[in-house]
Design a protein around this ligand. Structure first.
Ligand SMILES: C[S@@+](CC[C@H](N)C(=O)[O-])C[C@H]1O[C@@H](n2cnc3c(N)ncnc32)[C@H](O)[C@@H]1O
Length: 232
């Protein structure tokens, strides 16, 4: 007979495996010096954007900011918008904290936690103007596809957090994942594909800077697929 305890929560499939990467002294300094001003925590529950940023402005959230190049570029170039960046890899967050602090960017906040938990527990419904997901881990092997962050449940969750007219912009350099993104998003009734049914978007100038990650992909001969879906 199977005597599994009934009170143990089911293991959740996550879109990442925490890497052991060492946090450098400079990245650690990012946490000690700038956490109080720029790092948010799930433990504090649902966010009040006006209180968090000290003003009312459009809010764009980026999932999996990596080393933060995109987030920093967008926040610096769009001072009239507020940005929330989420990344599970602690060294990356430490680096971005240093940059935000040194550049004195008042319109950025970070979470060093799982974006799914942040969306569910901290982001009010119908509150976001945009969600960005650039080059999410592709989980190439078929047996790992369940780890891909873009699934029907993700599309529904993001849809619930976007305002009407808000957008989800995704990009990937892995064709099979691009096709999966298209399939998932096209099946989600609350969205409309800005490029037309089944079509990928042209690379939007300005709203997706050319990062080191993409340059590397280009050198390796990878294609890039953009998808932009508007919340109805
Ligand atoms: C391939 S990297 C791309 C980074 C960046 N977007 C870029 O374009 O250079 C994917 C990033 O997503 C992060 N990530 C994966 N799943 C995540 C999740 N559920 N919440 C937050 N970050 C996540 C990983 O740690 C990794 O840094």
């Amino acid at each position: 007979m199977n005597d599994l305890p009934t009170d143990r929560p089911l293991r959740t499939v996550r879109s990442f495996v925490r890497r052991q990467g060492r946090t450098t002294p400079s990245q650690e300094k990012g946490f000690t010096q700038y956490s109080a001003d720029f790092l948010l925590s799930i433990a504090n529950g649902s966010l009040d954007f006006a209180a968090t940023f000290g003003r009312t402005a459009p809010v764009v959230l980026e999932i999996g900011i990596g080393n933060g190049d995109t987030l920093l570029h967008l926040a610096e170039g769009n001072p009239d918008r507020d940005y929330i960046g989420i990344e599970v890899h602690r060294p990356g967050v430490g680096r971005v904290l240093v940059e935000i602090g040194q550049r004195s960017l008042p319109n950025v906040r970070l979470f060093a936690e799982d974006a799914i938990d942040v969306l569910k527990q901290c982001i009010p419904d119908a509150s976001l103007d945009g969600v960005l997901l650039f080059f999410p881990d592709p989980w190439h092997k078929k047996k790992h596809h369940k780890r891909r962050i873009v699934q029907a449940s993700f599309a529904a969750l993001v849809g619930s957090k976007l305002k009407r007219g808000g957008y989800l912009h995704m990009a990937t350099d892995w064709e099979h994942y691009a096709e999966q993104m298209m399939e998932v998003m096209s099946a989600e009734s609350g969205f409309c594909n800005q490029a037309g049914a089944g079509a990928f978007s042209a690379r939007p100038e300005g709203s997706r800077p050319f990062t080191r990650f993409e340059k590397r992909g280009e050198r390796l001969g990878h294609g890039v697929w953009d998808l932009i879906f508007e919340k109805l």
